[in-house]
Write a protein that binds this ligand. Structure first.
Ligand SMILES: Nc1nc2c(c(=O)[nH]1)N[C@H]1C(S)=C(S)[C@@H](COP(=O)(O)OP(=O)(O)OC[C@H]3O[C@@H](n4cnc5c(=O)[nH]c(N)nc54)[C@H](O)[C@@H]3O)O[C@H]1N2
Ligand SMILES: Nc1nc2c(c(=O)[nH]1)N[C@H]1C(S)=C(S)[C@@H](COP(=O)(O)OP(=O)(O)OC[C@H]3O[C@@H](n4cnc5c(=O)[nH]c(N)nc54)[C@H](O)[C@@H]3O)O[C@H]1N2
Ligand SMILES: [Mo]
Length: 764
């Protein structure tokens, strides 16, 4: 029998309970929820210590999101949020999984548990090995484990038959060492979670403003006159961002939210660190809510641009920043040629937003100059994800709203070090400059041919071209699209290996042989030959800072990620390696020195990262120095995507609930949206429900449609919800089975997880 792939038996419908949908985020319920959560899973003394050290200058970096910490005035009671606390409790759980656990439970048995149950089993503590044909993982020594994998890698016909994935929690030190090993071994097969996340931002920004990262600092957000928050749910996924939005409002700024869902955090907010505000009941955050349909953003942005253009025509020089356009940009004439005859009203209708609302938003953009646009997965995870980002840039460029205080681009990153991992060279398509620098610094020639991104990696495994899959963190099976297809791909591998803190489904849907390498987490003390080590990470705004563990690891068998890489490198490359791996790991300062010699912007790394708040990496777009091929910021022309819906079809967006971290399910309560007890739900507009002849709380199957292919996911409960028309909301990863492997963003190859065409059928 095949192992169960999804996180719940599909045969039954869940008993969903509905509470009131909240329009206020954070406040007292968030504080109680986070305290309860910590005390449920952690030792009380540790819970207190963790909450005092989180995101402090000499503390550890929260393993949750990549939102930056204030440069100066940090809260003395901890820079944290409810969901950061849950991430901590998840990592620092008092439960452990030892080798006995795997003797007791076969892989088959575990694969029938749901994701919530799997995640709650505790921290992995011992290296484990699943031999070919075996039913249970067995204990293996670290030495044997490294030898097994090293021998396997040595004996592949080509290094390109191995694939090395990274999730975004890996520190700069581990990531740098890892890519160095992989490239010395001989491949650029370094797919990472970024491929499924902000890759569209990286691609869209690099070509237009010269750097694939955002341009703003926290201070800029406080100073902005207008902040647009597009395709992002900060109340859940970046709760500390709400502090910044609140400060912006206190300084007189206005907020525009662009989302198919009226997300609680965008509507109203109560600062948990301000008792007075808790009493007063909070601040209404968004001044204008543009309830766009799924993937209506290009149409909406073009409609706004046209309204700005019309206003500029009426009063030349008052709306657009003509000096900036003339001196700093290229492609303006072509842009104007493209938009001058479009119809703003038709575009607003296409976007699903009432035209008066678009006009209201345009007015704010016309009147102000310091504009910031923030965005996340609602923008990037579309076939036209790159076009979405480029249209955002167009809007900022006509206003001259980049490269000056209070203005610019703000792609809000996900994993706490996903940005740093990319800076360190975790990249399947590395720039030539990186490869050349590796060669001159370390004396070996890295492979020049680009490697597989996530989708190509899955296909390569499926076709038998990828034989060994190694994952530095993450939960590849559940995070990737097309779960059944990906499962087959992993099961075709000769060997799958996971460096992990917690058990997850990717350990249970495995290759012919499988290994689990248990590792230290962010909060664990990391002691190497020279003594206690700290690591460094880069946040969403390009600040590099240190992170130091504060707890004794739950088992002395755990190794740090850098140590695992070094041991694997020795077992694979042996005497042939040009790198002294033991020396690197003995003192992480040595790794940082190697980073300094290889990656631009890390001068005096060891010294500067010891400054309490770390340092900013250079960023041309922040200062108006656009390092594109023509040294200008480039306008681009992006066509409005055609509407693909046929009769009775809807667009499906796959979102996070308030009670999960990506594939880790913390619990079953999506508190702000008022949905409890289950996750197999479809949020649908009441009008669509009526037109389709379906009913609130009805049990349905979801069918996705892509180029004549169909995929089915069974037994979901319909929930009548104030979501945009023609758009339905479901949770990731339950509906990843419906995301077609080939449906991805042009140029960035990001799976289109927010643009799936589906139909609903009554379950009988
Ligand atoms: N607690 C917690 N924190 C997290 C995570 C987590 O799972 N839990 N995940 C981390 C990671 S890796 C990431 S990448 C970030 C993710 O952060 P988000 O991007 O906020 O996460 P999603 O839940 O995917 O939310 C996407 C938002 O976009 C909206 N949306 C969907 N489609 C469209 C569209 O077509 N247009 C527009 N304008 N909006 C749309 C959705 O309604 C939703 O509000 O959060 C990070 N932080
Ligand atoms: N349909 C749909 N699919 C999506 C998305 C979506 O919005 N919709 N979002 C996409 C996005 S934005 C992302 S970033 C990906 C996320 O993809 P991944 O990063 O692969 O998934 P996570 O669920 O974050 O990984 C969780 C696992 O990481 C391990 N882990 C946690 N901390 C550490 C650590 O410190 N070290 C190591 N070695 N392991 C650790 C634990 O074992 C845990 O089970 O999913 C993508 N998939
Ligand atoms: Mo992400």
């Amino acid at each position: 029998m095949q192992n169960k792939l999804h996180n719940r038996p599909q045969e039954e419908q869940e008993e969903i309970t509905l509470g009131k949908t909240k329009d206020v985020a954070v406040g007292v319920p968030a504080i109680t929820s986070s305290i309860q959560h910590m005390l449920k899973y952690m030792k009380p003394g540790e819970a207190l210590k963790a909450s005092l050290k989180i995101n402090q200058k000499k503390g550890f970096d929260c393993p949750g999101c990549a939102w930056p910490d204030p440069d100066d005035d940090r809260s003395s009671v901890g820079e944290y949020c409810e969901n950061g606390i849950k991430a901590i409790a998840e990592e620092r759980t008092s439960k452990k999984i030892t080798a006995d656990f795997f003797t007791k439970h076969s892989v088959q048995e575990m694969s029938e548990w749901d994701d919530f149950t799997i995640g709650k089993k505790g921290r992995l503590t011992e290296p484990m090995y699943l031999p070919k044909g075996a039913t249970n993982y067995e204990k293996i020594s670290w030495d044997h484990a490294f030898k097994k994998l090293g021998d396997k890698l040595k004996n592949l016909a080509s290094p390109n038959e191995a694939i090395f994935y990274t999730s975004g929690r890996t520190s700069n030190e581990a990531a740098f060492l890892y890519q160095l090993f992989v490239r010395e071994y001989g491949t650029n097969n370094l797919p990472d979670c970024s491929n499924m996340c902000h890759e569209s931002s990286g691609v869209g920004l690099s070509g237009t403003v010269g750097i694939g990262k955002g341009s703003v600092t926290l201070q800029d957000l406080h100073e902005a006159e207008v902040i647009m928050v597009m395709g992002q749910n900060p109340g859940t996924n970046h709760p500390r961002m709400l502090n910044a939005l609140e400060k912006c409002k206190e300084n007189g700024g206005k907020i525009i939210a662009v989302n198919p869902l009226p997300e609680a955090g965008l509507m109203k907010y109560v600062n948990p660190q301000s008792p007075l505000k808790i009493l007063k009941g909070g601040v209404a955050l968004s001044d204008i809510f543009l309830q766009v349909r799924a993937n209506g953003d290009v149409a909406l942005l073009k409609s706004l641009l046209k309204l700005l253009y019309d206003a500029e025509q009426k009063n030349p020089g008052t709306v657009f920043d003509l000096d900036f356009i003339k001196n700093k940009t290229a492609g303006y004439d072509a842009l104007i040629e493209n938009i001058k005859d479009v119809n703003a009203l038709d575009l607003a209708i296409d976007a699903g937003v009432p035209f008066e609302k678009v006009e209201e938003a345009a007015q704010l953009l016309i009147e102000n100059k310091k504009i910031i646009i923030c965005w996340a997965m609602g923008i990037t995870q579309h076939e036209n994800g790159v076009a979405n980002v480029q249209e955002i840039v167009n809007l900022l460029l006509v206003k001259g709203s980049i490269g000056k205080p209070g203005a610019g681009t703000c792609p809000v990153r996900g994993h706490s070090n996903v940005q740093g991992d990319r800076t360190m060279g975790i990249w399947e398509s590395p720039p030539q400059s990186l490869l050349d620098k590796i060669e001159s610094t370390f004396g070996f020639t890295p492979p020049q041919e680009h490697g597989y991104h996530v989708v190509d990696a899955i296909k390569a495994m499926h076709e038998g071209k990828g034989k060994v899959f190694f994952a530095m963190g993450g939960n590849f099976l559940s995070a990737t699209p097309d779960t059944d297809y990906t499962a087959e791909a992993l099961q075709k591998c000769e060997m799958t290996v996971h460096v992990s803190t917690k058990l997850n489904r990717s350990h249970l849907i495995h290759g012919q042989e499988a290994l689990i390498f248990p590792c230290l987490g962010r909060m664990d003390d990391d002691v190497q030959e020279s003594g206690e080590q700290f690591v460094t990470v880069e946040n969403s705004m390009g600040v590099v800072h240190s992170s130091q563990g504060i707890f004794k690891p739950c088992a002395d068998t755990l190794l740090s990620e850098p140590k695992i890489v070094a041991e694997l490198a020795k077992a694979t490359l042996g005497e042939n390696s040009k790198i002294d791996w033991d020396n690197m790991v003995a003192n992480y300062d040595n790794i940082r020195n190697a980073i300094e010699s290889t990656i631009p912007g890390f001068e005096n790394y060891n010294e500067r990262v010891r400054q309490p708040a770390g340092f900013y990496l250079p960023n041309g777009s922040r200062t108006g120095n656009f390092t594109t091929s023509n040294n200008k910021a480039n306008f681009t022309i992006n066509e409005v995507p055609e509407n693909k819906l046929q009769d009775k079809q809807l667009y499906m967006i796959t979102n996070r609930s308030h009670d999960q971290y990506n594939t880790t399910v913390y619990g079953m309560a999506d508190r702000y949206r008022g949905i409890k007890n289950g996750r197999r739900v479809v949020l649908i507009n009441p009008q669509d429900l009526k037109e389709l002849g379906l009913k609130h709380k009805q049990n349905v199957h979801i069918r996705s449609h892509y180029n004549g292919e169909e995929r089915l996911a069974k037994n979901f409960t319909l929930i009548s919800y104030p979501i945009a028309r023609k758009t339905v909301g479901t949770y990731f990863p339950e509906t990843n089975v419906l995301v077609p492997i080939n449906q991805m963003a042009k140029r960035s190859h990001t799976p289109a997880s927010k643009g799936i065409v589906i139909s609903l059928e009554a379950a009988v």
